[in-house]
Ligand binder design. Structure first.
Ligand code: GLP
Length: 247
C-alpha cells in the first residue's frame, strides 16, 4: 500500500482529484468506482471545478457506486443516488445513464446484486475505485464480521455504522438497517484503488489498518491483498500511525 500523507482535507481532496483526472485523461472511457460519505465531498468539488475549466471530460466515463441503503429511492435526500446526483453528476458532463448506483428499492434485491456485478464486468471492470473508510474499518457497507461476502450483496448495518451515519438523518430510527453493497471481492477486482481518510475520528482505524494484519474484523485490511492501492491520509487521520507499521 502506497501512503501519501498530506496536511489537510483540502490537500487530500485535490490530490485525489488529480489522480482521477490523470486516469480519465489517459483513458477517456474510464470506469470509475465512486463512494459517498463526507470524505469524498471535497474530491467531487475539485472535479466539478476542473470539469468547468475544461481540464477533465466525463462524457465517455462510466461510474459505479459502492452502495445504497435499502428502501430509499433516488428522490430521498438521504439516498446515495441523491447524494451523487447533487454532489457530482448534476454539475459535470457525465451521461446520467452511464452512472450506476445499486437500486435499494428493487423488488428482488438478490437479483439486483447479481445484475450489478454483471454490469461492472460488462463495462470492462473498474479502472479506479475511490474508497472512504468507516471508523470500524468498513469499506462500502462491508461491516466487520466473521465472514465476508465477496460479491455485491444485501447486508445488515452495525449499530456503530447506524449511529455514525445518523448525522445525516433527522433521527436515529430513520437510518435504514440494511443496504446493498459491493462486496470486498468486487472491490478488489478494480485495477487501482484510492483509499481516502481524513480527520481525527479516522486516526485509530488508520493505525489499525497499517499494522498490516488481514482480518475480516477489519474489512479495509483486505486491501493489503491488492497490488495497487494508494492511501491518501491527512495529518489528523495519520496522527496515530505507529512508526513500526508494516504497510
Ligand atoms: C458510509 C459509506 C462508506 C463510507 C463510510 C465513511 O457508511 N457506506 O462508503 O466510506 O461511511 O463515511 P465518511 O466519509 O462520512 O466518514
Amino acid at each position: 500500500m502506497k501512503i501519501i500523507e498530506v496536511e489537510s482535507y483540502e490537500d487530500m481532496s485535490r490530490k485525489a482529484a488529480d489522480i482521477i483526472k490523470g486516469v480519465v485523461c489517459s483513458k477517456p472511457n474510464a470506469v470509475l468506482g465512486l463512494a459517498t460519505g463526507s470524505t469524498p465531498e471535497g474530491v467531487y468539488r475539485c472535479l466539478i471545478e476542473d470539469n468547468k475549466k475544461g481540464l477533465i471530460d466525463f462524457s465517455k466515463v462510466t461510474s459505479f457506486n459502492l452502495d445504497e441503503y435499502e428502501g430509499l429511492d433516488g428522490s430521498n435526500p438521504n439516498s446515495y443516488r441523491y447524494y451523487m446526483d447533487n454532489k457530482l453528476f448534476n454539475h459535470i458532463n457525465i451521461h446520467k445513464e452511464r452512472t450506476f448506483v445499486p437500486d435499494g428499492m428493487a423488488e428482488d434485491l438478490e437479483k439486483e446484486c447479481k445484475a450489478y456485478d454483471e454490469k461492472i464486468s460488462l463495462a470492462g471492470g473498474i479502472d479506479l475505485q475511490i474508497l472512504g473508510i468507516g471508523s470500524n474499518g468498513h469499506i462500502g457497507f462491508n461491516e466487520p464480521a466473521d465472514m465476508l461476502i465477496p460479491s455485491t450483496h444485501v447486508t445488515e448495518l452495525t449499530e456503530e455504522t447506524i449511529k455514525a451515519n445518523s448525522r445525516f438523518f433527522p433521527s436515529l430510527d430513520q437510518v435504514p438497517r440494511r443496504a446493498v453493497t459491493m462486496g470486498m471481492g468486487s472491490i478488489l477486482k478494480a485495477r487501482r484503488i484510492l483509499l481516502l481518510a481524513s480527520g481525527k475520528n479516522k486516526a485509530d482505524v488508520i493505525d489499525r489498518l497499517l499494522q498490516g494484519d488481514i482480518s475480516t474484523s477489519l474489512p479495509a485490511s483486505m486491501l493489503h491483498m491488492h497490488r495497487d492501492v494508494t492511501l491518501i491520509v491527512d495529518k489528523e487521520a495519520a496522527s496515530k500511525i505507529s512508526n513500526d507499521c508494516c504497510a
